[in-house]
Every structure is written in C-alpha cells, then in structure tokens.
Design a protein around this ligand. Sequence first.
Ligand code: T3D
Length: 258
Amino acid sequence: MISYDVTDAVATVTLDRPDAMNSLTAEVKSALLDALRRAADDPEARAVLLTGSGRAFCAGQDLREHAANLEAGRGLADTVRAHYNPIVELITTMPKPVVAAVNGVAAGAGASLAFACDLRVASEKAKFAMAFAGIGLAPDSGASWTLQRLVGPARAAELLLLGEPLDAARALELGVVTRVVAPGDVLKTAQELAVRLAAGPTRAYAATKRALAYAAAHSLPEALALEADLQDECAATEDHLGATRAFLAKEQPSFRGR
Ligand code: T3D
C-alpha cells in the first residue's frame, strides 16, 4: 500500500493502491504516517518525495470505508485527528524538504497532502479537486490553511466552495504548483528537484521551513526574533562555514547536511 525507498539521499514514499486511485483507508493512512516518520528520522534521507502509483496521485479518503463507518454509526471514526492531522503536521514540520510528484488527480485530502508539501511538480494531466463540499464536508488535512497561503483567501474560498477542479495549467498560473511537465517526466523532474535539495544545506532548509511556518502566524517583530535565532543556528553549521570558505576560494560549496 505504501512503498519506501532511499536513493541519492532522497526518501521516496509512494502511495501504492492504484486500483482505488490511491484513496486512503485507515490502514493506508497508518502506513503513510509510519513511512513519513521513517523518512523524517532516516539519517540517509535529506529530502523526501511523495507520489502515487498508477494514474492518480491520491483520491482522498476512501469513500467505501467512509460509507461503511457512517452506516455503522462510527461517524468519521476519528480519522481526522488520528491520521490526517499528524500526517500533515509531519510533512510541514519535518526538518527536510518534501517534494510532491503529482502524477494525476489529487482530490480532497489527496490535494491537501500535495498542498502540505514544500514543492509540487505536476503532470500536464494532473488536476486538483477540492472534493470536500461535493460530499457535504468541510476542508481537512490542512487545506483551509495551506490553500489560502498558496492562492490567497478569495481564490481559496472559490475553490473550496465551488469545488471546480483546477487543471495543471491553471494550478501553475495560480502558483499552486512549482512546475508542470509531460506525464512521463513527472517522477524524473520531481526526483531531480529532490536530489538537488538533498545535496543542499539541510539544516538551513529546516530553518527555512520553520521560519516560513512561524511567520505565517506571527507578527513581524516575532518573525524577526525567530529569524535571528535560526540564523545563529545556521551560522554554527559546518555547511555554512564550508560554503563561506568555498565562496572566497571561488569554488562550488559541498553541503553535507551538518
Ligand atoms: O473520514 C473522512 O472521510 C473525513 C475525511 C475526508 C477527506 C476527504 O478526502 S473527502 C474527499 C473524498 N474524495 C472524493 O470525494 C473524491 C471522489 N472521487 C472523485 O471525485 C473521482 O473519482 C476523481 C475526480 C478522483 C477521479 O475521477 P475519474 O473520472 O478519473 O475516475 P472515476 O471513474 O470516478 O474513479 C475510478 C475508480 O476509483 C472508481 O472505482 P470503480 O468504479 O472503477 O470500481 C471509483 O469509485 C474509485 N475511486 C475514486 N475515488 C475514490 C474511489 N474509491 C474510493 N474512494 C475514493 N475517494
């Protein structure tokens, strides 16, 4: 259901349930959380790639399991708190960059997963479907937070209330995705981006993620204070010293993530 592989310092986590468009059962969500925890803790991995197998990235909640829960009187079976929230918190806070290779449709919580990543490479055939309202639900898995930061509050309201799918070209225009490429090039392009990030200053990237998340919900003086602390931390890294020396020697820096 979920595969995990580390190559060239990139941990690739693949949703592997193509017959159901990689939709998310409780079992898949637990396995996804485990794989993301493994990637976050893996000293061999300095960047993470999240993708789906087959023609979809992820169709969101498995609606067959969801219907069974509703019919049995279990409601949502607490999956938002137990699964979706920790998955999204982990993607957004893990101290390494996470790239989504959006190989096909990303719907509901599947779109939210892509929005939670730091960068998104999409297939020309991908689309983002804010499918929540279509089945009488409100956004979850962070879409209320991430989407408006990507496109602004007015567009986020439009996308979430009207639920009209966003094709890849429009997603690029609105800044939802970093790059749009031919379907056969999605994984390769996302891997190249992830490999590039994995060869970068991992601790500075971690600090950048923290600074961006913090600044989104704090005042300028508070953001400045955290920037100063994080810059002290970065300044004490081997990578910073090495890159500064490399600059002065007119050489390319070589980052080790330390
Ligand atoms: O506990 C909670 O539920 C709370 C959390 C909620 C978070 C959410 O994610 S809510 C949103 C849930 N997702 C959706 O509403 C999306 C439903 N799917 C679709 O709208 C469409 O299937 C797609 C836009 C994703 C793709 O459309 P299309 O035309 O390319 O494919 P299709 O023919 O509709 O689907 C192909 C198969 O995948 C089909 O199965 P079949 O008939 O071949 O056996 C379809 O039922 C299945 N499938 C697609 N999405 C889901 C799914 N099966 C289970 N769950 C799905 N989400």
